[in-house]
Design a binder for this molecule. Structure first.
Ligand code: SF4
Length: 276
């Protein structure tokens, strides 16, 4: 039985990480690599982007900057005022005290909100410094160091984690925290930013959580998970045919996946001028 199953599996063509990055960049890119915010602003934006869409986090950030003008004023503001300023972004009751606490902790530790000194530190020390702040985990630290200071820190979000697992770059049991370490070792430091944007875009557009569009995927012939999803899709297709032959409407689960036009959109990107 096991032999039959293996025989049904399609062959997987080997591919390495630089080739994957190149394939995805050719399709979705190019991705402009330039620092967009100073680290304290990036940190604040990162908190606002937790568990919300890009558009809502951008609205919340704009609300915060329009209300207070600078982060020192945010640090000194009442939590209720911050909450009101970021209300359009969602989860304001959780994020407002978090932002105030983090900014004030930075002031205690550093005497100012200027975090540019992090770029002078070895990468691991810079990460450790940021991770002592309340609510800053490996992903947020990676985003701040990579996006703001151009350091080769890996930030693994849910999309990147999923794509890495499906492509077999990390094992199924590897935690998200451990994935940061493994992928930071595996990816050329020069390519960390491009890797991040390319994988997150692929995860959002093609390798989606519930219904990956393997038929449209440029990496399909290299992907050990493709068969698993192809079987699911064909089973759903059979459901549709059976339902039609019985004169029933196919269930939403049985409907064929819709083709998606490639949208060139940089995740986590707001022009600098809009975020200062
Ligand atoms: S083939 Fe399917 S599972 Fe594999 S990376 Fe592409 S979309 Fe994801």
């Amino acid at each position: 039985m096991a032999r039959t199953k293996n025989a049904l599996k399609s062959k997987i063509a080997p591919i390495n990480i630089p080739e994957i990055i190149s394939t995805l960049t050719n399709n979705y890119g190019p991705f402009p690599e330039e620092p967009r915010l100073d680290p304290a602003h990036e940190l604040t934006f990162t908190i606002l982007s937790q568990h919300t869409s890009d558009i809502n986090s951008e609205r919340a950030f704009q609300g915060l900057m329009n209300t207070f003008g600078d982060l020192m004023s945010v640090a000194q503001a009442e939590v209720s005022e911050i909450e009101q300023a970021i209300s359009r972004g969602g989860l304001a009751k959780i994020k407002a005290p978090r932002i105030k606490a983090i900014l004030n902790r930075i002031l205690e530790l550093n005497g100012s909100l200027d975090l540019s000194f992090l770029s002078e530190m070895p990468l691991q020390e810079a990460k450790t410094w940021l991770r002592q702040l309340p609510g800053i985990g490996p992903k947020s630290a990676g985003i701040i160091l990579n996006f703001s200071l151009g350091m080769p820190a890996m930030a693994i979000d849910t999309h990147i984690y999923r794509v890495c697992q499906r492509l077999g770059l990390i094992g199924k049991k590897v935690t998200a925290d451990k994935a940061h370490e493994l992928m930071e070792e595996a990816v050329d430091p020069e390519q960390v930013f491009t890797f991040h944007i390319a994988f997150i875009t692929h995860g959002r557009q093609i390798c989606k959580a519930q219904r990956p569009l393997c038929e449209e995927c440029l990496l399909a012939k290299h992907c050990p998970s493709k068969d698993q999803f192809t079987v699911l899709t064909s089973l759903e297709g059979s459901d549709t045919l059976v339902a039609k032959s019985k004169g029933k409407k196919p269930t939403s689960k049985s409907k064929k996946v819709s083709k998606r036009v490639s949208v060139k959109e940089l995740p986590h990107s707001v022009p600098t001028g809009d975020r200062t």
